[in-house]
Design a protein around this ligand. Structure first.
Ligand code: NAD
Length: 476
């Protein structure tokens, strides 16, 4: 293990308020019939702020504000003018990116080097990209004069709080819709800072409304009768419940749900590069990634070599303070998520897989889980089938490309996959057969606003990003 002096990012760039209200109709308001909850720093268990919990009347107020803004301001506004607001928001995000990154790491637990160098640049890029579409919708391939849908109810998870917000809000506004967004209950703070940015950009009141709260608030929002579109990212179970509640209504629905991606390493792959890809695939963002490469499929004749190299690499991963610029793996987002990871990992051991973690000192306070791999895993094991959403990798082996495809597809999910091989023809052969929305070759976890992202099977339907991402927000 390398020893480094601590290099903490300054917290002073963030101006945390003790309490936060709901952002409705352009201003921060107290809840009428809701309550409040605490948002905590998962790395220290420190309470960061008391946040308003929206009740039924608050959801009503937010939807009404979004409807009024849609009818009177945003719907009739020419695309070129909507674009100006989106560009302004994108630039403000860049200007305030340090503040947003530090707050994201405080509230979520992700390493600052990721929030600063991955999340925030992508968030700004998303707003820039969709700003460019706002006055060109007739060229998006959805008809000569595509129209917005109306009011969008958007519910997002905690793993990429600001990035998921950008994936939802940027295309919705570009297409001419107004939104009511509910961030996850463990990570509401950057969405509320984004609300301030909307004020700073002088976005017309009611175009973006942010209501905080837990599952009940989310359910009330998606079930509201005056909502025209529901966009949900989160777990497959909740996605299923939402699909049931929306069925039979006129609401349009897109779902981005869970995943259990295979990262497939062939014997001709550049092994060192593949090992970096495996590490990035499962330990990026503590494995709290829907498209995480949580199942390593390695060709049997190189399995020992790959595992030896992987273990050596894992021994150099630094787990600890998310605000330390040297940190590779930050905190698990919540006590509840830590419990889920522990339970599934214990099941892996109980079912006979072999568990390994490098020596790793974990901080005393906060929620932590050492990077872990399981070898000797079979298809029947729960750790091979269920989404773990943590820094835990299951390792399986294969002999032939056909066996790799069969094992990779043997999952109810279908979000992403990775292939590591020297042969271009094999990449194409595999990509044709893998039932996954995204297939990366000799890389992993690469995102770009121009590229559509989404799932097959129980990973959901609809696409976010790219031209395709506009479709869910247009009447086509
Ligand atoms: P979750 O489903 O528990 O919660 C997601 C959001 O839904 C939260 O804001 C929550 O408050 C809200 N919610 C809970 N119950 C609700 C209900 N009945 N009605 C409406 N809203 C409700 O998921 P999570 O644990 O926060 O997130 C992790 C999951 O998200 C993982 O399964 C992960 O794979 C998935 N995810 C998918 C993508 C993707 O693009 N496919 C991206 C990120 C995360």
């Amino acid at each position: 293990m390398f020893e480094y002096a601590p290099a903490p990012e300054s917290r002073s760039v963030v101006d945390l308020k003790p309490t936060y209200g709901l952002f409705i109709d352009g201003t921060f308001v107290d809840p009428t019939d809701g309550g409040s909850f605490k948002s905590i720093n998962p790395a220290s268990e420190e309470v960061l702020a008391e946040v308003a919990e929206a009740g039924t009347q608050d959801v009503e107020r937010a939807v009404r504000a979004a409807r009024k803004a849609y009818d009177k301001v945003w719907g009739p506004m020419p695309g070129r003018d909507r674009a100006k607001y989106l560009f302004r928001i994108a630039r403000l995000i860049q200007e305030r990116s340090r503040e947003l990154a530090v707050l994201e790491s405080l509230d979520n637990g992700k390493p600052i080097k990721e929030s600063r160098d991955v999340d925030l640049p992508l968030v700004a890029a998303h707003f820039f990209y969709y700003a460019g579409w706002a006055d060109k919708l007739e060229h998006a391939g959805f008809g000569a004069d595509p129209k917005p849908i109306g009011v969008a109810a958007q519910v997002i998870p905690w793993n990429f709080p600001l990035l998921m917000l950008a994936w939802k809000i940027a295309p919705a506004l570009a297409a001419g819709n107004t939104v009511v967004l509910k961030p996850a209950e463990t990570t509401p703070l950057t969405a509320l800072l984004f609300a301030e940015i909307c004020q700073q950009a002088e976005l017309p009141a009611g175009v973006v409304n942010i209501i905080t709260g837990a599952g009940d608030t989310g359910r009330t929002l998606v079930e509201h009768p005056d909502v025209d579109k529901v966009a949900f990212t989160g777990s497959t179970d909740v996605g299923r419940a939402i699909a049931r509640s929306v069925a039979g209504t006129r609401k349009k629905l897109t779902l981005e749900l869970g995943g259990k991606a295979a990262n497939i390493v062939f014997d001709d792959a550049p092994i060192d590069q593949a090992v970096e890809g495996i590490v990035n695939g499962i330990f990026f963002n503590q494995g709290h990634v829907c498209c995480a490469g949580s199942r390593l499929l390695v060709q049997e004749n190189v399995a020992d070599r790959v595992l030896e190299s992987l273990k050596r690499r894992m021994a150099h991963l630094r787990v600890g303070d998310p605000l330390d610029k040297n940190t590779d793996i930050g905190a698990i987002n919540s006590a509840a998520q830590l419990e889920r990871i522990r339970e599934l990992s214990d099941a892996g051991s109980a079912e006979g897989a072999e568990r390994w973690s490098p020596p790793c000192d974990l901080p005393d306070r906060g929620f932590w889980f050492a990077p872990t791999i399981f070898t000797g895993v079979t298809q029947a094991h729960r750790i091979a089938r269920e989404e773990i959403f943590g820094p835990v990798l299951s390792v399986l082996t294969f002999r032939t490309p056909a066996e790799a495809v069969e094992k990779a597809n043997n999952t109810p999910y279908g979000l992403s996959a990775g292939i590591w091989t020297d042969k271009g023809s094999r990449i194409l052969w595999m990509a044709d057969r893998l039932r996954a929305g995204v297939v990366w070759a000799n890389t992993f976890n690469k995102f770009d606003p121009t590229s559509p992202f989404g799932g097959y099977k129980e990973s959901g339907y609809g696409r976010e990003g790219g031209r395709h991402g506009l479709e869910g927000y247009l009447n086509v």
